[in-house]
Design a protein around this ligand. Structure first.
Ligand SMILES: Cc1ncc(COP(=O)(O)O)c(C=O)c1O
Length: 358
C-alpha cells in the first residue's frame, strides 16, 4: 500500500520546475562560473540579493541570502540569544522548528494564543506590562504553519506599533505569502513599519524548490554587520552554486510563471482535501479552509492525535500531530494536514484511510 503523506510541507515532484531549473543552472554556469564555484560574500550571492531587493522592496545591501530561511532564522537566534538568553514570543500554535531553534540558543519561549485574527495582542501587551517584554516576536503572517490563517491588518498594525514602542524585533516569516489562491493580500508588517523593527523573511523553498536551499532576510541597518559576521564564521558564504541558478531562474521570469502554475494546483488539492474531509469525517473534524499555502489545520473532537499518529503512519497516511506546534505540548486533539504533496486523485483515499482508524 503506497503511502499518502499529509505530513511534509513540501510540493510533490510533479510541481517542481525541473526543466526551468536545468536551463537556469546551464545559463548560470555560462555566465558566472567563477562566481558560482568560489567562496563569495557572506551576505549572499550578489545578483540574487539584487533581485530579492527589487522584488520585495529593500536596499540590496541589507538583503541577506542564506541556505534556506530556517538557517537565516537560526543565525539570528544565535546572535540575539546565545550566551545572553532572553525572551522570544511566538504564536500558539507555531512552526515546530522555530520553537526548537529558539530553545537551542537559550531563549525563553513565551507562546500567545493564535486567534482567527492572528496572535492575541492583548495577551502580549499584558505580558509586556507585567515585565515580560520579548527581545523578538516571531509571526507567520500568511497561511500560517500549522493553522493556515492570515493575520489581520489590525493585528499587524498593533504588532508594528508595539515593536516601535518597546523596541523588540518583529520577525515576519513569510514563506507562503506568494501562494495565495483566494482572497486579497494583506499589507506586510515590513511595509507598515516606520521604526525599522521588522525583519522580513522570505524563502524560495515553496516558490521554487526546497532543495535549492535559498531564503532571504530583509535586514535593518543595525543587524547587517552582526549577521554578516556570524554567517562568515558559520559557513564563510552560502551555497552560491544553487543561488546563482535561482537568480537566473528568477531573472528569466520563471519565478512568476512558476507561481501562476502552482497556485491553481494547490487550490485544486485544497478543494479535494476539503471535499474528502466533509465526506468521510463530516462534523467530527472542525477546520477552516485556507486561502493559500500548504496546510489545513483542524480539531478532531475527542481524539488523541498523539496516539492516532503511529496508527495512521502504519496505515500509510502520516500527518503532523497538533502537540508538536505548542511550546507546552497541548493541542493533542489537533492535527495538521499538508495538502501540497498529495495529488488530487489520492486525497479521497488518504482521508478514507484516516477516517477508518477512528
Ligand atoms: C513558517 C516556516 N518558516 C520557515 C520554514 C523553513 O523554510 P526553508 O526551507 O526556507 O528553510 C518553513 C518550512 O516549512 C516554514 O513553514
Amino acid at each position: 500500500m503506497a503511502t499518502i503523506s499529509f505530513a511534509r510541507g513540501v510540493p510533490s515532484a510533479d510541481l517542481l520546475p525541473v526543466a526551468e531549473l536545468q536551463a537556469a543552472i546551464a545559463r548560470a554556469m555560462e555566465q558566472d562560473a567563477t562566481g558560482m564555484l568560489l567562496y563569495g560574500d557572506p551576505m549572499g550571492y550578489p545578483p540574487l540579493r539584487e533581485w530579492v531587493g527589487q522584488r520585495w522592496g529593500h536596499d540590496p545591501a541589507g538583503v541577506f541570502v542564506t541556505n534556506g530561511s530556517l538557517q537565516a532564522f537560526a543565525l539570528l537566534a544565535e546572535m540575539l540569544f546565545s550566551g545572553s538568553g532572553g525572551r522570544a514570543a511566538v504564536e500558539a500554535p507555531t512552526y515546530d522548528r522555530t520553537i526548537l531553534t529558539l530553545k537551542r540558543f537559550g531563549a525563553t519561549v513565551d507562546a500567545y494564543p493564535l486567534t482567527e485574527e492572528g496572535i492575541d495582542v492583548d495577551a502580549l501587551e499584558a505580558a509586556i506590562a507585567a515585565g515580560r517584554t520579548p527581545g523578538l516576536v516571531y509571526i507567520i503572517p500568511n497561511f500560517q504553519n500549522p493553522a493556515g490563517n492570515v493575520t489581520s491588518l489590525a493585528v499587524r498594525q498593533r504588532l508594528v506599533d508595539l515593536a516601535a514602542e518597546h523596541g523588540f524585533w518583529l520577525f515576519e516569516d513569510d514563506p507562503y505569502g506568494d501562494l495565495r489562491f483566494a482572497g486579497e493580500d494583506v499589507p506586510r508588517m515590513y511595509d507598515l513599519d516606520t521604526a525599522g523593527r521588522v525583519i522580513y523573511s522570505t524563502s524560495f523553498t515553496k516558490t521554487v524548490a526546497p532543495g535549492v536551499r535559498a531564503g532571504a532576510l530583509l535586514l535593518p541597518e543595525e543587524l547587517r554587520k552582526g549577521m554578516a559576521y556570524i554567517a562568515n564564521q558559520t559557513y564563510i558564504g552560502a551555497v552560491h552554486f544553487a543561488h546563482a541558478a535561482v537568480a537566473e531562474y528568477c531573472a528569466a521570469g520563471d519565478f512568476d510563471r512558476g507561481l501562476a502554475r502552482v497556485r491553481p494546483q494547490l487550490e485544486e488539492r485544497k478543494d479535494a482535501l476539503v471535499a474528502a474531509l466533509v465526506q468521510h469525517l463530516g462534523g467530527r473534524f472542525e477546520f477552516r479552509a485556507p486561502e493559500g499555502g500548504y496546510f489545513l489545520w483542524g480539531r478532531l473532537d475527542g481524539v488523541d492525535t498523539d496516539a492516532l499518529l503511529p496508527r495512521a503512519t502504519e496505515a500509510g497516511v502520516p500527518f503532523v500531530k497538533g502537540s508538536d506546534f505548542f511550546v507546552d505540548g497541548s493541542g493533542t486533539d489537533h492535527l495538521r494536514l499538508a495538502f501540497s504533496a498529495v495529488k488530487p486523485g489520492e486525497m479521497d483515499e488518504g482521508v478514507a484511510r484516516l477516517a477508518a482508524l477512528l
